[in-house]
Design a protein around this ligand. Structure first.
Ligand SMILES: C[S@@+](CC[C@H](N)C(=O)[O-])C[C@H]1O[C@@H](n2cnc3c(N)ncnc32)[C@H](O)[C@@H]1O
Length: 160
């Protein structure tokens, strides 16, 4: 009985309480990331970071596109699924941790599927940490008052 309670609490914390630090788990559509990579056509080996990498599907598409994927995911279940998904790509990295403490200084492209209340804080982090020319692909949400560099519905792309 106690084990069931522990599992229930873990599930609640992982999938529910996450809303205090970021968006809950809602996967982006399967082909959107592949389309993003094919339109942007970044150099092989470019550093791709997914902030809140969920089940690792976007990271896998990045690896297949020849990028170096790095994901940050707080949910331990999704983190483990991502590790299994990316097992054939040794250059990929999935971090079990809070993306607010991620160092983005080496990123060429950052992908984020967040939520409206976090967009300003994310923008400030990008402005402070990203190198000049780095791209941010924001799934479904936009930065208020900031010019969109490219749009691949439903992804808004910004150049920093
Ligand atoms: C909307 S889902 C997007 C998942 C994936 N990027 C995709 O597009 O399919 C957001 C993910 O971010 C994770 N997350 C939310 N806040 C986080 C934080 N502060 N640090 C790390 N992961 C976070 C959630 O657990 C969830 O898996």
């Amino acid at each position: 009985m106690i084990i069931i309670w522990i599992i229930l609490i873990l599930l609640f914390v992982s999938f529910g309480a996450i809303v205090f630090v970021g968006a809950p788990y809602v996967p982006s559509k399967k082909n959107d990331a592949s389309q993003l990579f094919s339109v942007l056509n970044l150099k092989k080996g470019s550093v791709f970071v997914d902030l809140g990498s969920g089940d690792g599907k976007v990271l896998l598409a990045a690896a297949k596109a020849g990028l170096k994927p790095i994901g940050y995911e707080l949910n331990p279940f999704l983190y483990l699924i991502s590790k299994i998904r990316l097992r054939k790509y040794p250059k990929s990295k999935v971090v079990w941790g809070n993306y607010w403490s991620a160092d983005l200084s080496k990123a060429d492209l950052v992908f984020v599927f967040s939520a409206a209340p976090f967009m300003q804080k994310l923008y400030d982090k990008f402005k402070y940490q990203l190198k000049s020319g780095a791209l941010v692909a924001s799934y479904a949400f936009s930065f208020e008052g900031i010019k969109i560099y490219k749009k691949i519905e439903p992804i808004n792309i910004y150049k920093f």
